[in-house]
Design a protein around this ligand. Structure first.
Ligand SMILES: [Zn+2]
Length: 843
């Protein structure tokens, strides 16, 4: 029976902690584990480059088995990757992945840090990475985080000695970690940091190796392991009813936007770590060997240890309240510690335990998820003591201006509710994601406040402080002000309480392409974050452009409602590419923000404030044809982009393709990775080839090579071999090697200038061998590599054309890159010189 209860407790721990926003509720086994962690004074830091790089098996092992304070330093927020669950990309994807990492840490018990480095996209080697990141700043951030966190042990995910074998960000993360290890204790290095932190020397640095780094399991078996230690991460925790690796799988399954959901695994499993710096522990089973992880580590700690070790030894699972006096005694002693680092950390841990053993529930919840400057937020206070301890609530204060004196006893299980009115100052700043508050570069976010660097999130908008006495002991406990609500389909939910502007504005199209001199309507949607919003909105536009009605009045009756205003925009005669922005004027304050909400069940809802702007591109572009058939692959915004330049795009379900069904299209385009993700497409390929033979244009965008690579016969009319060749530097030089080919002359003349202003990369998964029927159009290369000619291949087939391209149109078109539009228009127009060839859509 006892075992059954403990097992249930474990399940509760893991179900409640998976709910992104709700406060943690402690079972006796949770409390016991928290006491064990309180009594372990040691820490481990895991270092890699991206969300999902981290080995959650080791993080969970350090946190739950060793009981060490454990953290993952991800150099970037993973802004450059793909999103399998929603539309967020770039900086918004970074926000989502930050929260997924925090969700993973809530499961495995770790903490989370980041540097200011931005995930700018794939990088072939660390030299390129460190030239795009500001190496000095990223190293400074790694040093700062080590000095703040003070890890005894650092574990790198990647090998600092094998440049070029993995993503350049990966190797760079290991190089920076190794370099930092030698300088964090030196007060003359980044000495300005010592205003907020202190020097620190970690004891050991490991590389978390595995057979993968050796090419095969056989190679790894043969490798010299004299400098390696083995850790069994398959340990079972009877107290929570889970194996370490089950926790690890639950944690890494939080990386949902990367499709990392996976099966839980159980049973013994060995992890290898190779010593890089420091000395091997004398006891190979104790990674902290030679490091004092007891209370005697800290001056004045011995007495604290005497109280808390006895408590741990005699822990009462039936009634943890019996430990209250000892916990308060320890609190008093820890408060007197001179060592600021341990005092801060251990008080925080201990205060959670004191709340847990008394069943003390303290909450400050706003009736709205947001408030605006000048607004009054209604805050509900709930205070409940669920023990026989004598507890008095003296006061509650929020922010600097609000304090309610109460002096009321909290009787066992008698709930106390209070209502407070929180006045938000008129000059209050908005809640932000601090790394997005200022303009950033391709490689680095801009953060001025050194106190924020390294933190996963901005501090909460408001904290409530509950001043209590427990017995005769005075204590102040903090809780973030939250918004608690319920939804019929989801039950109780929590959201962070935030400060928003009175209104925000969002352009309907983030990139507006004017392919002719004709005027176009530009729509802007205003959202009110207060009732009775009244003001005006102005469209700001660059020189040479004209707007007919640039200032318009807005009135919105209800908070949360939206109104769309339309501006008539006349583009300049000449080509231009520039930004529009919007300004709202409400009660004398100017607001230039757009609000983007990111809401998923596994993370707290994120309200991201960005500058309200849109790119406007005036192109002189010629094109033939009107109706384009598009077969969507893994998902991209190419169809919307083609509509911007006047094409009508029809999405085609491969199941509907049959003989003759494509003849109505001037061209057919396959979306990115279409042949990787659409199993049935290859069965329809003969219809696609027939379509080309009778005069159609077929354009294939990139498909991945490797395990999921399609067979050439399934995708091309002539032999073609895909490869992993890619050109990752978006500024790398491009040679037009088939200068007389219609593809670079008709109807638009393509020149070197058309390769200016590209974003992220040139292209990927270029074919490396092809039949002589193909003409390669372009040659390009990254620095230090030999040129590849496979980025754009064209072959006549029957009366039509077949084109295969790995150029990153899926990135360039939505970013409004003019040259990319012209090349795409030429691909769609090739062979259509004779106006008779311009077909009308039938049926
Ligand atoms: Zn990675």
């Amino acid at each position: 029976m006892r075992y059954f209860l403990v097992w249930c407790a474990g399940i509760i721990l893991f179900t409640t902690s998976l709910q992104a926003q709700s406060p943690k509720k402690y079972t006796p086994s949770d409390i016991y584990q928290a006491v064990q962690k309180l009594n372990f004074l040691g820490s481990a830091l895991y270092v890699a480059a991206h969300p999902d790089d981290e080995n959650t098996r080791l993080i969970s092992y350090f946190s739950n088995e060793v009981k060490a304070r454990t953290a993952y330093l991800s150099l970037t927020r993973g802004d450059g990757g793909q999103n399998l669950i929603g539309p967020e990309l770039q900086e918004l994807l970074g926000v989502l992945r930050t929260q997924e990492l925090l969700a993973a840490r809530r499961v495995d018990g770790g903490e989370q840090f980041f540097t200011r480095a931005n995930d700018f996209g794939f990088s072939k080697n660390p030299d390129e990475t460190l030239s795009i990141w500001d190496k000095e700043k990223v190293l400074a951030d790694v040093v700062r985080i080590i000095r703040d966190f003070k890890p005894d042990i650092i574990v790198n995910r990647f090998d600092h000695r094998t440049s070029g074998t993995t993503h350049g960000h990966h190797t760079a993360s290991a190089l920076l970690s190794v370099e930092a290890f030698d300088i964090t204790a030196n007060p003359s290095v980044y000495s300005e940091q010592l205003k907020n932190t202190s020097v620190w020397q970690p004891k050991r640095l490991f590389f978390n190796t595995s057979w993968w780094f050796y090419g095969s399991r056989e190679n790894f078996e043969k490798a010299d392991k004299s400098n390696m230690l083995k850790v069994d991460t398959g340990v079972f925790y009877p107290m929570i009813g889970l194996s370490n690796n089950e926790i690890a799988a639950l944690a890494s399954s939080q990386h949902r936007c990367q499709g990392f959901g996976r099966l839980n695994t159980r049973g013994s499993q060995e992890e290898y770590i190779e010593l890089v710096k420091g000395d091997l522990p004398a006891d190979p089973d104790n990674l902290f060997d030679g490091i004092d992880t007891s209370w005697s580590r800290v001056e004045g700690g011995k007495e604290i240890g005497e109280v808390l070790y006895a408590l741990e030894k005699n822990f009462s699972f039936n009634d943890p309240t019996v430990h209250l006096n000892d916990l308060l005694k320890a609190h008093k002693l820890i408060k007197e510690l001179e060592d600021d680092h341990w005092r801060r950390l251990k008080l925080k841990e201990l205060e959670s335990i004191i709340s847990a053993v008394t069943g003390l529930y303290l909450e400050a919840s706003s009736d709205n998820a947001s408030a605006y400057p000048g607004n009054t937020a209604n805050i509900s206070i709930e205070a409940l003591n669920r023990s026989n301890a004598e507890i008095v609530l003296h006061s509650v204060s929020i922010g600097t201006g609000l304090k309610r004196n109460l002096n009321k006893p909290l009787l066992n299980n008698k709930k106390m509710n209070e209502k407070l009115e929180l006045q938000i100052p008129e000059d209050s700043s908005y809640s932000s994601h601090y790394w997005l508050s200022q303009p950033w570069s391709v490689g680095m976010y801009t953060v001025d406040d050194p106190e924020l660097i390294g933190k996963p999130e901005s501090p909460v908008a408001y904290t409530a402080e509950f001043h209590l006495s427990i017995g005769n002991y005075d204590i102040k406990l903090q809780r973030p002000v939250v918004h608690r609500y319920s939804r019929p389909d989801k039950g109780e939910l929590y959201q962070p309480f935030i400060i928003l502007p009175k209104a925000t504005a969002s352009f309907s199209e983030k990139v507006m392409v004017f392919a002719s001199g004709d005027a176009k309507d530009v729509a802007l949607t205003i959202t009110a974050h207060k009732d009775s919003l009244a003001g005006e909105v102005q469209l700001k536009y660059p020189e040479g452009w004209q707007v007919e009605n640039e200032i318009q009045k807005i009135e919105i009756a209800k908070r949360g409602d939206q109104k769309t205003v339309v501006f008539r925009v006349i583009p300049p005669a000449n080509e231009d590419d520039n930004y529009f922005s919007s300004v709202l004027r409400v009660n004398g304050r100017e607001i230039s923000k757009e609000l983007v909400t990111i809401a998923y069940d596994h993370i707290p809802t994120q309200s991201v404030l960005l500058e309200s702007k849109a790119k406007a591109v005036r192109l002189n572009i010629d094109k033939y044809g009107e109706h384009i058939g598009y077969i969507v692959g893994a998902g991209d915004k190419v169809p919307e982009s083609l509509e911007q330049i006047g094409y009508r795009v029809h999405l085609i379900d491969p199941a509907d393709i049959e003989a003759g069904s494509l003849d109505k299209y001037d061209a057919v385009v396959t979306g990115i990775r279409a042949y990787n993700v659409l199993d049935n497409l290859k069965f329809k390929q003969r219809f696609l080839f027939d379509y080309v033979q009778s005069g159609g244009n077929l354009i294939l965008q990139y498909n991945t090579a490797g395990r999921w690579a399609p067979q050439y016969k399934d995708i091309a009319p002539y032999p073609l071999t895909l490869s992993r060749d890619r050109v990752t530097n978006e500024n790398s030089e491009v040679d037009i090697i088939a200068a007389n080919h219609p593809l670079v002359n008709f109807p638009n003349t393509i020149t070197a200038e058309d390769f200016d202003g590209w974003v992220t990369e040139r292209g990927l998964y270029f074919p490396k061998e092809w039949d002589p029927a193909f003409t390669p159009i372009l040659s390009m290369k990254d620095q230090g590599e030999s040129p590849t000619e496979g980025s754009l291949l064209v072959a006549p087939y029957g009366k039509g054309y077949y084109i295969y391209t790995g150029l990153s149109f899926f990135r360039e078109l939505p970013a409004g890159v003019p040259g990319a539009y012209k090349i795409f228009a030429n691909m769609l127009s090739i062979g259509k010189a004779d106006p008779e060839n311009k077909s009308e859509i039938k049926g």
